[in-house]
Design a protein around this ligand. Structure first.
Ligand code: ATP
Length: 247
């Protein structure tokens, strides 16, 4: 059903450098086929939560010291990011992280590096270009010379090339003009509806995230302080006052 939990984060604690407690017992559920938003201000712990899920904390000297993370009921805490990609979970990191010296198309193809089915990879490339016509126009350009919006599209497109079931998307709006933010979120929504991709997205832009997401979790200082359907959060007086800038 639509509410089947794909990803479950149960009461996790994350500590950096053995001493800095950053997540203080975070729990959240990502239903299959949904768009779930992880909200909160600067430093609330959104990125840390995503990195905990995709096992990217080690290079930051961070570790999950308590709690569990389950994907389709299986404990994934000790899997490598590569193994997680094979299970269908891929992260698009904040700051976009395209390979600057590769062309846009080469970047997209790196997302399919584990796949041997070349015809299908070619088909998926066309699928990505269908969602991002701009990337098709720029396919021979070196990624480092494309705009911030194009790099965000490139990062998302590369993630799609692994045929993910779930995309963990960190701060897609960062550094982009409002019109581009709308465009990126519009594509996220279409990918969700047309390709069935499940999203967990971290976003400081509460306003836009709650318009496109189905559910939201609000983090403050490493704790979930509120969660619920996006439509309810949008109408909540505290959310309005503290996160939507209206009262
Ligand atoms: P932002 O939108 O700024 O990325 P965020 O909600 O994603 O904010 P995190 O990046 O998860 O927040 O950071 C949460 C807290 O952890 C912050 O106080 C930050 O300073 C701290 N932190 C993040 N990375 C490290 C690290 N490698 N070592 C120590 N502290 C860290």
């Amino acid at each position: 059903g639509a509410s089947e939990a794909l990803l479950e984060v149960n009461n996790i604690e994350v500590i950096y450098n053995h001493v800095i407690l950053v997540l203080k017992g975070v729990s959240l559920t990502v239903p299959k086929g949904g768009i779930t938003a992880l909200l909160g201000g600067n430093g609330a712990g959104k990125t840390t939560t995503l990195k905990a899920i995709s096992n990217l904390l080690h290079s930051e000297r961070g570790e999950v010291t308590k709690g569990s993370i389950l994907y389709r009921g299986r404990r994934v805490q000790d899997l490598s990011p590569e193994a997680l990609v094979k299970m269908g979970v891929v992260q698009v990191m904040e700051g976009r992280h395209c390979f600057e010296h590769l062309t846009v198309e080469e970047n997209l193809l790196t997302g399919a590096y584990t796949r041997r089915d070349r015809a299908a990879v070619q088909q998926d490339l066309e699928m990505v270009y269908g969602y991002f016509p701009r990337l098709k126009e720029r396919r021979r350009s070196q990624a480092g010379y494309t705009s911030g919006g194009e790099q965000q599209m490139c990062a998302l497109g590369r993630a799609l090339m692994s045929r993910p079931e779930t995309i963990l998307l960190d701060e897609p709006s960062m550094g982009l003009a409002p019109q581009l933010v709308e465009q990126i979120f519009g594509i996220v929504k279409r990918l969700n509806e047309e390709q069935g991709v499940t999203f967990l997205l971290a976003e400081q832009n509460t306003n836009v995230a709650l318009r496109f997401a189905h559910r939201g979790y609000i983090l403050e200082s490493g704790r979930v302080v509120m969660d619920g359907p996006a439509a309810e959060l949008r109408e909540n007086p505290d959310v309005k006052e503290f996160y939507l800038g209206v009262s």
